[in-house]
Write a protein that binds this ligand. Structure first.
Ligand SMILES: *[C@@H]1O[C@H](CO)[C@@H](O)[C@H](O)[C@H]1NC(C)=O
Ligand SMILES: *[C@@H]1O[C@H](CO)[C@@H](O)[C@H](O)[C@H]1NC(C)=O
Ligand SMILES: [Cu+2]
Length: 670
């Protein structure tokens, strides 16, 4: 969920960047975004005063076309036409518009009549947030509580869907907080007051002032360094990563090349970072081999566990409702990313269709964490100890989205071993509920959270972060294999042992076989290319490994938020590739009903063996808040890894030379 005050400095560049578009997967450039808006504004839709752009992004070429282009890239074949996909609203209708940028023409404009609405724009949220401040009943509620209206800030909350059958209006709920002596107003809710805004009319349609509880005090909530008083927290010495020979990667347009990796780095207003055409070099074969066609954060579902009037609807879809990429922050050198990072800007379209720069939205850096990639010490020889160690240096692509109160750090980490690791870290501010309680002993019933400070409950909730991973191991046609580890009992006395485990491989035939839950018996999950074998005859593949964050949703299946995010009980889905199946909670996540989501697509039960498949992985975190999460929580991370499994003939790093000792410049002062 989100708040919207001067989030964006709206000065944008109408630089004609000489259309420096060089790769068909490049995100829309500022001049392309402007061109798309111009085309739509000069169509009949342009006559509507209510025209607003809710999504503007690249409509990437069809996969076969793109793969053909990429395969022939050395011969510089003509690039496929540049197209944009736009979701715009005008006169209370949602339009899906495809624009051909080269010919500056509308290819199609279709009115969407199904359930759900597009991503909210930040201007309409800002406008809705401002409504209470001159709404007399609200002003009266503030006065009755003896609070200063000047200290009040309001933010917006998506309303969800709770079974209403009629075609819904575009609604947004607004709740308010008190800043005053702190910037951490999220810890000071004006509990009990909820407004409902009709977004198309931009007016308050419902007002409720239901309960009165104390607003938690400001003391102890501010997180700014300058506001802290002794005793101070732990201190560490300054330190930075130094690369005396410079960076080891190259940024060529949107292509990044580093060590044995190359990939395309894009950005989308809904997904944030998009990694495409990731290929790893096989030094034995001397060629790059494809691992990932396209990967991105598809959805982020955050349901809260308090069923009361003020809280039940808090079941957010941060990508689909708010735009994860839209909230990408400007990363700060040396704090958000290390000193050796390079920074890349991103561009998104504003609600008026004009380009907005998100400067330093992505950073790329080599991580020298002092870790080992492989080692061995050998004591077997009488007069000699053999030790070989290779350092682990990795390449990290980082974005941070501050979706209102919460901050998410998303790292894509490429390893020389061939692994791709994705890590999601949660930090930022919890959603707090005001309560009369000042001590846990006073609480008799279920308060749906933890008492974090006087009058402040941190409400139980989950984070489900779903990634779309179009894995193409050595080509598009792959299979999903579950190598189940099964216990075998020895009953015939043929061994002193009574049991062992072995591997039973099972290739998923249809999408039903591609759903894997968290509580299932141990299995290695692999994406293999059944047509490509190693010299030893094993199918080349990549293995999926969890690194924490394996929670599944605990809501009942017929609960409304669960219907909308019905995919959140399984950790893994494998679907047949379909270009339009990108967003796990559906294209229209706001007020969605679950009819167009990952679980619904999987129900088609398409064949998934030896064909182009997409792997979907959902990281899950149950969050029982604790006092250390107050007033702002320290980073909590989980992730997963795609790791080569019979992809190379042997350890690809055996022939890697030990890293040279860095010759550091002598910076001593005396
Ligand atoms: C592709 O996905 C869309 C959206 O789920 C669906 O309408 C369409 O029928 C699918 N196409 C195929 C060939 O499955
Ligand atoms: C660095 O410079 C200082 C001062 O000039 C000198 O004393 C020291 O020996 C130098 N260290 C190295 C490693 O060269
Ligand atoms: Cu949380």
């Amino acid at each position: 969920m989100a708040s919207f005050f001067l989030l964006f400095s709206l000065f944008f560049l109408d630089l004609n960047l000489a259309s420096s578009v060089s790769h068909p997967l490049d995100p829309l450039s500022p001049s392309e975004i402007s061109a798309v808006a111009d085309v739509i504004k000069s169509s009949p839709l342009g006559a509507s005063k209510s025209l607003a752009f809710h999504y503007v992004g690249l409509d990437e070429p069809d996969k076969p076309e793109l793969l053909a282009w990429a395969a022939a890239a050395a011969a510089t074949p003509p690039a496929p036409p540049r197209r944009a996909f736009v979701i715009a609203r005008a006169e209370r209708a949602t339009h899906e518009i495809h624009v051909d940028i080269g010919t500056r023409s509308i290819v199609s404009d279709v009115v969407y009549r199904g359930a759900g609405f597009p991503t909210l724009t930040f201007t309409e949220q800002a406008a809705a947030s401002a409504l209470p401040l001159d709404y007399p009943p609200f002003v009266a509620s503030v006065a009755r509580r003896g609070l200063r209206l000047a200290d009040v800030l309001c933010t917006t909350f998506s309303v969800g869907w709770f079974g209403a059958a009629e075609t819904a209006r575009r609604l947004l709920k607004v709740q308010c907080f008190l800043a005053g002596d702190t910037v951490n107003y999220y810890m000071r809710p004006l509990e009990g007051v909820t407004l409902v805004v009709d977004l198309d009319a931009m007016e308050i349609v419902e007002y409720e002032d239901r309960v009165e509880v104390p607003v938690p005090r400001a003391a102890g909530t501010d997180y700014r360094a300058k506001k802290q008083r002794p005793p101070f927290g732990p201190e560490t010495k300054p330190g930075i990563a130094v690369q005396p020979e410079g960076k080891g990667f190259e940024i060529d347009g949107h292509m990044i090349r580093w060590a044995n990796w190359e990939f395309h780095l894009g950005y989308d207003v809904r997904a944030g970072t998009v990694i495409s055409l990731a290929s790893v070099k096989d030094s034995d074969k001397g060629i790059f081999r494809r691992v990932l066609y396209r990967g991105f954060l598809s959805e982020l579902f955050v349901p809260y566990m308090d069923p009361s009037e003020e809280w039940y609807f808090k079941t957010f879809f941060d990508a689909g409702e708010f735009g994860f990429g839209l909230f990408g922050v400007s990363l700060k050198p040396t704090t958000d990313c290390p000193a050796n990072a390079a920074f890349i800007d991103a561009y998104v379209a504003g609600p008026d269709g004009k380009p907005i720069i998100l400067s330093n939205a992505v950073c790329v850096f080599e991580r020298y964490a002092g870790d080992v990639s492989w080692r061995h010490t050998e004591y077997g020889f009488p007069n000699e100890v053999i030790t070989e160690t290779r350092s682990d240096v990795t390449l990290v692509v980082r974005t941070v989205a501050a979706v209102g109160n919460y901050d998410y750090v998303i790292d894509w980490e490429f390893k020389t071993s061939g692994s791709i690791k994705i890590e999601v870290s949660l930090t930022g501010i919890l959603e707090a509920k005001a309560t009369p309680y000042t001590h846990a002993d006073q609480i008799a019933g279920d308060e749906h959270g933890t008492l974090l400070a006087a009058n402040t409950i941190g409400v139980y909730h989950d984070h489900f972060v779903t990634f779309h991973l179009d894995v193409d191991v050595d080509g598009p046609d792959n299979s999903f294999v579950k190598s189940k580890l099964t216990t075998v009992r020895i009953a015939d006395g043929s061994s002193p042992r009574r049991s062992y485990w072995t591997v039973e491989k099972e290739t998923a035939k249809t999408e039903a076989d591609g759903r894997v839950g968290v509580a299932e018996p141990p299995a290695e999950l692999l994406v293999v290319n059944p047509r490509k074998k190693t010299k030893m005859g094993n199918a080349v593949g990549y293995r999926l490994i969890s690194h924490g964050g394996t929670a599944g949703s605990l809501l009942v299946d017929d609960d409304y938020p669960q219907r909308r995010a019905s995919y959140s009980k399984k950790q893994v889905y494998v679907t047949a590739y379909n270009k339009s199946e990108k967003w796990a909670a559906g294209l229209y996540a706001d007020e969605s009903r679950g009819d167009d989501n990952l679980a619904a697509w999987s129900q088609r039960n398409r064949a998934i063996a030896n064909t182009d498949i997409v792997l979907w992985y959902t990281l899950g975190f149950h969050h029982v808040p604790c006092q250390e999460d107050f007033p702002l929580m320290p980073l909590l991370s989980g992730g997963f890894e795609l790791r080569p499994a019979n992809f190379f003939e042997s350890n690809p790093l055996i022939k890697t030379k030990p890293m040279q000792r860095a010759h550091l410049p002598n910076c001593s002062r005396n």
